[in-house]
Design a protein around this ligand. Sequence first.
Ligand SMILES: Nc1ncnc2c1ncn2[C@@H]1O[C@H](COP(=O)(O)OP(=O)(O)OP(=O)(O)O)[C@@H](O)[C@H]1O
Length: 238
Amino acid sequence: MLELKYVEKTFGDARPILHIRDLTIPSGEIVGVLGENGSGKTTLLKAIMGLGEVQHRDILLNGRPVEEQYEQLAYITEEGSYIPKLTPVQYAEFLSAFYPQFDLAYYHKLLKFYELEPDKRIRTFSRGQKSKLEISAGMAKGAKYFLMDEPFLGKDMFTRRDFLKLMIGNLKGDETILIVTHHLDEIETVIDRALIMSRGRVEADLYMDDLREQGKELAAIMAEKAGYRPDRYKSVLE
Ligand SMILES: Nc1ncnc2c1ncn2[C@@H]1O[C@H](COP(=O)(O)OP(=O)(O)OP(=O)(O)O)[C@@H](O)[C@H]1O
């Protein structure tokens, strides 16, 4: 269970870019972290990972401070958490030292599947290849908690579909996943719960089963929460 008791990040005197109180994610949940550009999704994942300065940060993982157990977390980000000067093989050596449960065989299976050369420097990979490497490493960490920031960004349609199937197919059921994405259509059927962020706060916390029962669509709720008007672009044309 992941418990965000109080997390707040501010720049200067401005309004906090992240303000979360008492958000609990039980083990085994797949949670979509959604919201407009700049609403705080990446900041939220980074705050959980302890990346960057955060003024208030009280986060528990299974009842203990998260900072004592980062090896339980796999952070998969479009920015890349790999070390560019290493080759995939060297990077795996590095990861094995930090993640005792790192699954080398599965990592190599994924490298092969994604046709990534194991002995080529990561920095020479294309953007898509780097992001496939990021996914391979993240999924092989044997972590129970996955924080994924835009794992679909820059990937072609088939790669996105493969990734989702691989991710789901590899789950044992007790993994907890927070996935930041703008691809609603692709994750709608996969997530259990949706957190809709707005201006650094959780504006709506919804269970997909409830939505389906009520015959509501996630996209419509997001538009409502964001106050989106389909004709708003017209002000630019005037
Ligand atoms: N160094 C900074 N100084 C001031 N504000 C910042 C800084 N870095 C980020 N922000 C602000 O924090 C807010 C949240 O940013 P964040 O990257 O978490 O948004 P996001 O929801 O992930 O957006 P997107 O969907 O565009 O990726 C934004 O409004 C951004 O302008």
